[in-house]
Design a protein around this ligand. Structure first.
Ligand code: SF4
Length: 379
């Protein structure tokens, strides 16, 4: 029997400093060689402990995310890849490195290019005020330099990430940032609205009235501007926050949105295999300790019922602009979404937040702006 396709994620839990809006799991430290070697061994052990359950899968994408994976020296990834190639038939098509612009130069990028064929560069803002407001440590000029160095190093698939609706941002400033962003010519663009995540310094500051985000109607206009501007520039808007040149959609992230299997290694990483979902605890010390003692990392495990998997597949699938094929839901879960959601779905269709287009159920343009409202109804 042929192997099923899956995605492989490696979490790199270190950053030079914590950004005040970020709730991803990472420690504010540049790891020593000794710590990196310990982490590498632990990752290898975690993989070996999981090997049996993933024996029927073939990894077609690899994604080093974080944290700041570009902080790691190249030998770290050479070891990771060397190891994976000895324990399985490993030749993923898409191999992504998440990177921050600071510290990237041609020399470093040439060595990363030996392993990775896709770079996801965290520009976050192309306005000095925006970078300052977001508490980022790099300058606009560094984004440009890193992008150009990546091209010279041979990266033909580069994604740029942008955060919008930062405190004080105007529509005019967003337009200028988009113009600058597009002028670099990235293959992929992610635009995330700044959200206040509980437990972050931004969340606290907003509660105390120390930062003020743009008004709701301005944020709506920002979403509309991003869509119309990038589509007019030839980017396909394929997921709520993601745009790509034809042929450059992020294959790895499509595994998440299409509720297909993935394995995540490292503290805080999640895995999903059909009926099971795991999430390793966000604790590097415990992660290292357990694996050094030959035990699996501490994690939360969930066996998902057919119904829960169905609802999750609907919500994740609706993130994609093409939506989700109704027939495929019936085939996969034996549940007809029209019957299952009944009046709720009818209401969302009537309100113009969802539509049926051909064989697919999808969000309308207005539905995308109110996606959270729709998801709350369907969850
Ligand atoms: S660099 Fe990225 S992962 Fe690290 S704290 Fe900032 S936003 Fe979070």
């Amino acid at each position: 029997m042929g192997l099923k396709e899956a995605a492989l994620y490696l979490h790199f839990p270190f950053c030079r400093a914590k950004c005040p809006y970020c709730d991803f799991y990472s420690l504010a430290l540049v790891p020593s060689e000794e710590l990196l070697k310990r982490y590498l061994k632990a990752l290898q052990k975690e993989f070996l402990l999981r090997q049996e359950e993933i024996s029927s899968y073939r990894f077609v994408t690899f994604y080093a995310g974080g944290g700041t994976p570009s902080l790691a020296p190249i030998w770290f990834y050479e070891e990771v890849f060397g190891f994976l190639k000895t324990v399985l038939d490993f030749s993923p098509r898409e191999i992504t490195l998440e990177a921050n612009p600071e510290g990237l130069n041609k020399l470093v990028l040439v060595s990363f290019r030996e392993i990775f064929n896709r770079l996801s560069l965290g520009a976050q803002s192309l306005n000095p005020e925006g970078l300052k407001a977001l508490g980022r440590r790099h300058q606009v000029e560094e984004v440009k330099m890193a992008f150009e160095a990546a091209r010279t190093a041979g990266f033909e698939n580069i994604g740029l990430d942008l955060i919008f609706a930062w405190p004080g941002q105007t529509l005019k400033e967003l337009k200028e940032e988009l113009e600058k962003l597009v002028s670099f010519g990235p293959e992929h663009i992610s635009c995330y609205e700044l959200t206040l995540e509980e437990g972050t310094p931004f969340y606290q500051a907003a509660r105390k009235g120390k930062i003020l985000l743009p008004a709701e109607e301005d944020v709506v206009s920002m979403h509309e501007l991003i869509h119309s501007f990038l589509v007019a520039k030839g980017y396909e808007h394929y997921e709520i926050s993601n745009f790509a040149r034809p042929g450059f959609r992020c294959r790895h992230n499509l595994f998440y949105w299409e509720a297909r299997p993935y394995l995540g290694l490292g503290p805080g990483a999640a895995s999903f295999f059909g009926k099971k979902r795991y999430k390793n605890l966000e604790d590097l010390s415990l992660y290292l300790k357990n694996l050094e003692e030959g035990k699996p990392p501490p994690r939360e495990e969930e066996i998902l019922s057919q119904e829960v998997r169905f609802r999750e597949a609907v919500i994740l699938g609706l993130r994609l602009l093409k939506g989700i094929k109704l027939e495929s839901l019936v085939k996969r879960f034996g549940i007809n979404p029209l019957e299952y959601y009944g009046e709720t779905l009818e209401k969302l269709l009537k309100e113009g937040l969802l539509e049926i287009s051909g064989e697919n159920l999808r969000l309308t343009g207005r539905g995308r702006l109110l996606a959270n409202v729709v998801f709350r109804e369907l969850v």
